[in-house]
Design a protein around this ligand. Structure first.
Ligand code: T3D
Length: 264
């Protein structure tokens, strides 16, 4: 896959998607947004991809919307069509990530600001370099958190912390992000991609369809009653129970050997 602002690199079952506007901390232009969306679509469609790593080129993860584009469209007159732009460009990308039936690991290599932080939140897990940082930059420019931040942040860190971050727009470092449960792990910057490689290799050998069902079950449970969640679990367990990886997992357990999952 060849893009202008995104690198799409597959190594076996591991796909690495890199936002590639390093001079602008990977701020998102329309081109970058569409290319990212296309890359996630391809990741979903390609059965050989079993895990996706999302990262940024250079010293930033993603600085959010490219504000130069907003100015060009006439922000000073209130002319920027935020609703339409979000609905057509950002929202489909976030939904595509959340609905991707494969795990997404955010390799947070630097600053994640505004919608760039939302992108990080939309990953299934986040491993951050020790020099990474996070800020809900929206309020600093008079905007409401978007691209799923209002939905995801309180669920990840609780209302008290989410409101603090969203209302203040303050930047937090990787260590604080770890303490409040925003990231899964912090490693030194020079160890980031090696650590990511190990975690991605584990997912590449996982029962991929079941991993997708787990994502669906949890997403559903976040806005359902207990009763609805119980029925959803049962329905998804029915599907998981029909995978060859389930049969392999049970056989491997009984034969006291490691399972060889094929993602089928
Ligand atoms: O529909 C819609 O489009 C609405 C969607 C909105 C979603 C949003 O994301 S709103 C929030 C947008 N993002 C921001 O407000 C963050 C703006 N950036 C910053 O606050 C800072 O750059 C950072 C805290 C992220 C990093 O600071 P620092 O000191 O490490 O780097 P820097 O020097 O500020 O930035 C380096 C370069 O990247 C610089 O370019 P230059 O001067 O060297 O040519 C800077 O202008 C550029 N850059 C950083 N962020 C953006 C950007 N250029 C365009 N848009 C950006 N968001």
């Amino acid at each position: 896959m060849s893009y202008e602002t995104v690198l799409y690199e597959q190594d076996g079952a591991i796909l690495k998607i890199t936002m590639n506007r390093p001079d602008k901390l990977n701020a998102m232009t329309d081109t970058l947004l569409h290319e990212l969306g296309d890359a996630f679509q391809c990741a979903g469609d390609d059965p050989s991809v079993r895990v996706v790593v999302l990262t940024g080129a250079g010293r930033g993860f993603c600085a959010g919307a490219d504000l130069a584009g907003v100015v060009e469209t006439g922000v000073e007159n209130g002319n920027f069509p935020y609703r339409e732009h979000l609905i057509n460009n950002y929202n489909p990308l976030i939904l595509r990530m959340r609905n991707l039936p494969k795990p997404i690991i955010g390799a947070i290599n630097g600053v994640a600001a505004g919608a760039g932080m939302s992108l990080a939140l939309a990953c299934d897990m986040r491993i951050a370099a020790d020099n990474a940082s996070f800020l809900q930059a929206f309020v600093k420019i008079g905007l409401v958190p978007d691209s799923g931040s209002t939905w995801m942040l309180p669920r990840l860190v609780g209302m008290t912390r989410a409101m603090d971050l969203m209302l203040s727009g303050r930047k937090i470092g990787a260590q604080e992000a770890l303490e409040i449960g925003l990231v899964n792990q912090v490693v030194s910057g020079d160890q980031l991609m090696e650590t990511i490689g190990k975690v991605a290799a584990e997912f590449a050998a996982a029962p991929t369809k079941t991993v997708g069902y787990i994502k669906r079950a949890v997403e559903f449970a976040l806005h359902s009653t207990l009763e609805q969640a119980l029925f959803k679990e049962a329905a998804l367990q029915e599907l998981a129970g029909k995978t060859s990886d389930h049969a392999e997992g049970v056989a491997a357990f009984l034969q006291k050997r490691p399972p060889q999952f094929k993602g089928e």
